[in-house]
Design a protein around this ligand. Sequence first.
Ligand code: ZN
Length: 268
Amino acid sequence: MDIECHKRRGLASKMEVSWGNVKMRYLILSDIHSNLEAFQAVLGDASARGGFDEVWCLGDIVGYGPSPRECITLLRQQRHVSVAGNHDWGALGKLDLAYFNPEAAFAGHWTAQQLSAEDKGYLQGLPTSIGRDIFTLVHGSPRDPIWEYLFSPDVAKANFYHFEGSFCLVGHTHVPVIFEYLGERERCASYLFPADASLNLDQRRLIINPGSVGQPRDGDPRASYAILDSEKGAIHHYRVPYDISLTQRKMRQAKLPQRLIDRLSYGW
Ligand code: ZN
């Protein structure tokens, strides 16, 4: 299924041209949230679908789930870049867990106790924003990378003034969605990014959320991710099932909050 482009706005840049000349497949991940089974399922599925050259991770590697150390280790075994998310900062004490809801804060304190000094050093070194050719990578929004949620078109529209290049990749809401800039006088459009949909990266300016690997919140409990294919000039959204009951068992053993365990079953 193709999400069509009806509007061409002449925003192509020199960077776009150079980007299209390099054949690369990027695995776009966000919000792994210490869910090793979901992360492994995504890596396996992406490998089976033609593989990838590099991982672009949009933050929240840890928090909520039972396997923070294993997820950091597995990510670091990939060729990758990653930005920091609010839960990564929460586990480090860079962000006060008092701002989190009670279950998230509980999991944040638990996560902080699990991490080694090396894990913390890795998370500490993550930037809040990364620019790669025509792409900007952030966790929440380009205006407020750690904390702002992009749920509504109006909020997304304001954020188009806060990044250069054509495309911004975000996570944080755990909902796969696309925002399209329609010009100063018009509102921004938003579209759900359905599983198995392919989005052509043309001359539109877009903010794209690939959904969450480890804690989806769009009603589909399967792990969510995207592949950016530079040769095709497209980004493809995939969902993959994983062993949710195994993750939940680990969470029970770790005595993580019941609500966080239950929500994995429903994808909310
Ligand atoms: Zn998150």
